[in-house]
Design a binder for this molecule. Structure first.
Ligand code: ADP
Ligand code: ADP
Ligand code: MG
Length: 635
């Protein structure tokens, strides 16, 4: 066994790999970008090497710099984590050529499975059922459209080099095909440097079922059962569980056998995942599950498999890389209980799930469950990397208990001022459909209205006002008896009395008329002199800014009406300008499209009108808050 390991990654997965390394007495080496100088993975490692500026291309994706860091520190092995260089066959080869142990898939397997079209062709040859579709070389829009017409709508356009749920578009009718193709290609080119696509039949009631496989250098491959990752938003996993609800032994036998066959077809070594798509219209059935792709790396959701099997997959990866056989035989592996994982994202569900960046002034995660994170209080969620800030993992005897434990864990999350999906996770796992196991990949889109909480429905304005009064009376520093954790910061709080004792309260960005009440529920005059204080209340995974401010004069309610100015919600690059100056646009129609944090964000017309200004062109880099376009009300 090697005695030192460099992790060519950041965030939670770097910390995760280090944890096992430390337990095994292996020296840990981190690499980091300038943006991560104070990150947890850097401080946790025995040694750390700065490899470049914040953009991943100049640091985490720069193979030469990572290799130089390994040589400089005498690293005997490299673990690539997931994402970044983990599925880069040239990098794997360069690592091995340098005499360093590669804790990843064999380069030939990475290549064979790297492009979705080639992988599917290979799987057909190996006798593994694949999703029907077109995976040909002719990439002309006419041909692709004709193939989509033949397959029959809905279809899914996928970047052959895609990953992480990006570079994918569902198309429901022929008219929409070419627009979707264009947008898919743009995302594919900018994210993966390859704009080729394949077309697949869109499976109805799709369930994402994947099988963890593990191989060694001696030709042995075992599986560690399945995971269900159907709870997704825009093809990105949000909640994963193991085993899959409704899985019967016959279907499990078929899907795990297909997975082992797939892994053997590419002489797989180490941890890998075979992803399948199942048509769930009549529950899971062995003849309605098709190969989708293989991920030749450790998966984000590997902890749920670890929980139900008791295996440390990173330890197994170390052993396989060192040439050891798979530690357990297939008949020694079994499923114990039920596990669930939720991905805590820095994003704002109430605002179209826009990524939320900034400093984690307050960052408290639940106790008593497994937490995999690379973040800590005072850390920074930067625009340069993935918005996933932690994973909450629970393990219980039954699915019901696991769901309850996950809801409880997510409801204890307290993060400010960065927004998270914690409250959204709570709503997901408490949803009646989820509880009964009736989920497919369309669940979130279909139930979004129920899942994205209207913050004020949980915490009424009067409660907010009460919390505020309580705070005013008790003082900032003292523990209050209120049900919420009140946090005092040092930013602009002003409470001004109006004659009738009402005032405006901003709760989570919404202006509401509030009445401050005393103990006996009588209206009271707010105390003056509360300047320079901000009150944040946390409840069920949500954070509320309970900040009151003076509102001049009487009458006039509500927030400022939208003036049609479309501003950049975060720094990014303009990737499309579907509307031109002078165009008529309907409410909700995209005017300008920004790419940030690897996703496209369309800024839509807030009302019917005419485009008065488009301030940037495709390719322009824009700062947060920049005015991108202006829509003027028509008529
Ligand atoms: P990625 O490399 O981005 O993970 P995948 O091919 O694994 O891409 O697909 C990601 C997700 O997209 C799946 O988990 C599933 O939700 C959805 N999906 C993929 N293919 C299909 C399909 N043919 N029909 C319906 N949904 C699909
Ligand atoms: P899985 O199929 O295992 O769910 P995904 O494809 O969703 O994996 O996630 C892999 C993605 O994770 C990469 O494409 C990258 O965007 C992102 N990523 C890479 N490294 C990190 C990290 N350290 N922390 C969070 N996200 C990361
Ligand atoms: Mg996938």
């Amino acid at each position: 066994m090697f005695t030192s390991v460099l992790v060519a990654n950041r965030g939670e997965i770097a910390c995760r790999v280090f944890r096992t390394a430390r337990r095994m007495g292996i020296r840990t080496i981190a690499v980091y970008s300038e943006a991560d100088a104070r990150a947890l993975h850097v401080r946790e490692a025995d040694e750390a090497v700065l490899i470049g500026p914040a953009p991943a291309r100049e640091s985490y994706l720069d193979a030469a710099k990572v290799l130089a860091a390994a040589k400089a520190t005498g690293a005997e092995a490299i673990h690539p984590g997931y994402g970044f260089l983990s599925e880069n066959a040239e990098f794997a080869e360069a690592v091995m050529a340098a005499g360093i142990v590669w804790i990843g898939a064999p380069p030939a397997a990475i290549r064979a499975m790297g492009l979705k079209d080639a992988a599917k062709t290979l799987m057909v040859e190996a006798g593994v059922p694949v999703t029907p579709g077109y995976m040909g070389a002719d990439q002309s829009p006419e041909r692709l459209k004709a193939e989509a017409d033949t397959i029959g709508y809905p279809v899914l356009i996928k970047a052959v080099a895609g990953g992480g749920g990006k570079g994918m578009r569902r198309v429901d009718a022929g008219e929409a095909f070419l627009d979707a193709l264009g947008s898919c290609r743009r995302e594919a080119a900018s994210s993966f440097g390859d704009d080729r696509v394949l077309i697949e039949k869109y499976i109805l009631s799709p369930r994402h079922i994947e099988v963890q496989v593990f191989g060694d250098a001696h030709g042995e491959v075992v599986h560690l059962f399945e995971r269900d990752c159907s709870l997704q938003r825009r093809h990105q996993k949000v909640i994963e569980e193991a085993p899959a609800p409704g899985m019967d032994e016959a279907t499990r036998a078929a899907v795990t056998a297909a997975a082992v066959k797939a892994a053997k077809a590419v002489n797989y070594v180490g941890a890998g995942t075979i992803e399948f798509i199942a048509d769930g219209t009549e529950g899971l059935r062995a003849d309605r599950i098709w190969f989708m792709e293989m991920n030749t790396r450790l998966q984000v959701e590997h902890p749920v498999t670890e929980a139900i099997t008791g295996v440390d997959l990173v330890e197994w990866q170390f052993r396989a890389a060192a040439g050891e056989p798979v530690p357990l035989r297939q008949d020694e592996l079994s499923i114990n209980g039920w596990a669930m994982e939720a991905r805590l994202y820095a994003e704002d569900p109430a605002n179209g799930f826009l990524p939320s960046i900034g400093k984690l002034e307050h960052f408290v995660l639940p106790d008593g469950v497994r937490i995999d994170t690379g973040m800590e209080e005072g850390g920074e969620v930067s625009q340069f990397y993935d918005p996933m800030i932690a994973k909450l993992i629970v393990h219980a005897e039954t699915r019901e208990e696991a769901a309850e434990a996950l809801a409880e864990a997510a409801s204890q999350v307290q993060v400010w001022p960065v927004k998270t999906n914690a409250a959204f996770i709570v709503k997901c796992v408490e949803h009646a459909r989820f509880v009964t196991g009736d989920v497919d990949t369309g669940f979130i889109a279909a139930e979004e209205g129920d899942l994205v909480a209207e913050p004020l429905s949980d915490m009424g304005v009067e409660d907010a006002a009460h919390a505020l009064r309580h705070f005013a009376v008790e003082g900032a520093g003292e523990a209050s008896g209120s049900p919420w954790d009140l946090l005092a910061g040092a930013v602009g709080f002003r409470a001004n009395a109006t004659p009738r004792g009402t005032q405006s309260v901003v709760v989570d960005g919404q202006v509401r008329e509030a009445r401050l009440l005393d103990e006996d529920d009588h209206p009271m005059t707010p105390l003056l002199g509360l300047s320079a204080t901000r009150v944040i209340a946390f409840e069920d995974g949500s954070a509320f800014d309970v900040t009151a401010f003076a509102r001049s004069g009487a009458g006039g309610g509500g927030g400022p009406a939208s003036d049609g100015t479309l501003r950049a919600p975060m720094p990014g690059k303009i990737v499309a300008t579907p509307a031109k100056v002078g165009d008529m646009v309907a409410k909700g129609q995209p005017v300008i499209v920004l790419e940030a944090m690897k996703m496209e964000h369309a800024l839509n017309a807030p009302f019917d009108g005419v485009v008065g200004e488009v301030a940037f062109a495709v390719g322009d880099q824009v700062a947060a808050d920049a005015v991108l376009a202006v829509v003027e009300a028509s008529g």
